[in-house]
Design a protein around this ligand. Structure first.
Ligand code: NAI
Length: 333
């Protein structure tokens, strides 16, 4: 089999030796795109990370493709409809660091509640004054969790450790889990209306696109905190900016942004601006958000711990081995 791993880091080379021994194997830090996919056209198996844009146009360049083993939980970077049509199997890593992302949620939340960035900035300058640094307790605040899958559940467990009240919304509520952890499922409007902090843990789908937009922000408490570690497209970024400017949203902690791959690589934007349609208003809004003192943005690093990345790679190697043996695992198509 010809197997290509995209978007790799040097440490992944050694664990992948097992593929090198038995297959024609190549690792590259490149992302597959229309202009380079031709070089890999005869690959049987590819393993991308989330910044690979595997749209139908790019996938069409791979004439032999049998398996996409993405090294991620999310699959929104892959045109699943195209894969189904062409009989290409797609596997993911469904659960590798649920606690990892949940811990990051509280990293962002504590950054906001204890004003950690301002506090540390200040002491680095030798200033130990407290003026303007007053924070707030998480204890007894209401956390609204949208999506109670693997990550949402970990978030709820941690929230309980902080003695927060929890309300949750999910299209498939798990009442047994709710009674076990002593929280309530409520309708979306009630969650928006009751929560001091709202955190998102649903996948990016058509149904979740702009799940939080102007109408939803209007239903929230004044001074609500928004945390998003799921996907950037879940929030209408223009509506968020407006809600922040009005004081409806007091602060936001974001690990994900819409048009994120482009924000990551400004140079790419400059190169491709006339070739590919980017939503310039969204990009501009991202840049405004990046500069606000009450918005804390991390570079989609919620998953990025030593433990989680190892689990991602080893599960992917297992996904590939199982597919080759005829027993595919973690299949999404
Ligand atoms: P999961 O599949 O275990 O849970 C998703 C939950 O969302 C399910 O309970 C499902 O019923 C619910 N849901 C789906 N559509 C919904 C809708 N329209 N309204 C309400 N609920 C809905 O997923 P998991 O593992 O908890 O991950 C959640 C998301 O987090 C992933 O899809 C991925 O996009 C993101 N993620 C982000 C990472 C990061 O580094 N920032 C790392 C890993 C995942």
């Amino acid at each position: 089999m010809k197997i290509i791993f995209f978007e790799t880091e040097p440490w992944e080379c050694e664990p992948c030796q097992i593929l090198k021994n038995e297959h024609e194997f190549k690792m590259t830090d490149e992302r597959p795109a229309e202009d380079n996919a031709g070089q890999y056209a005869d690959a049987d198996i590819i393993s991308p990370f989330i910044y690979s844009d595997l749209s139908a146009d790019v996938l069409a360049k791979f004439s032999n493709l049998k398996l996409i083993a993405t090294r991620s939980a999310g699959i929104d970077h892959i045109d699943i409809g195209y894969c189904k049509k062409k009989g290409i199997t797609v596997c993911n890593v469904p659960a590798y660091g649920d606690n990892t992302v949940a811990e990051h949620v509280f990293g962002l939340l504590l950054t906001i509640s204890h004003r950690l960035v301002d506090a540390v900035d200040r002491t680095r300058k030798g200033d130990f004054s407290l003026k303007g640094l007053e924070g707030f307790d998480l204890c007894d605040k209401t956390l609204g969790v949208i999506g109670t899958g693997n990550i949402g559940r970990c978030v709820i467990k941690i929230a309980k450790g902080f003695s927060m009240n929890v309300v949750a919304y999910d299209v498939k509520p798990d009442e047994e889990f709710a009674s076990h952890l002593d929280f309530h499922y409520v309708g979306m409007d009630e969650l928006l209306n009751k929560s001091d902090v709202i955190t998102l843990h649903v996948p990016a789908t058509k149904a979740t696109h702009h799940l939080l937009s102007t109408e939803q922000f209007e239903k929230m408490k004044d001074g609500v905190i928004i945390i998003n570690t799921a996907r950037g497209t879940l929030i209408d970024i223009q509506a968020l900016l407006h809600a922040i400017s009005e004081g409806k949203v007091a602060a936001a902690g974001l690990d994900v942004l819409p048009e994120e791959p482009t924000v990551r690589e400004e140079a790419e934007l400059l190169r491709s601006i006339y070739q590919k349609k980017h939503n310039m208003e969204t990009l501009l809004a991202n840049h405004v958000l990046l500069r606000l003192r009450n918005v804390f943005i991390t570079p989609h690093s919620a998953f990025y711990t030593r433990e989680a990345v190892q689990k991602i790679l080893y599960t992917t190697l297992d996904n590939i081995g199982s597919f080759i043996e005829g027993n595919p695992k973690n299949v999404c198509t």
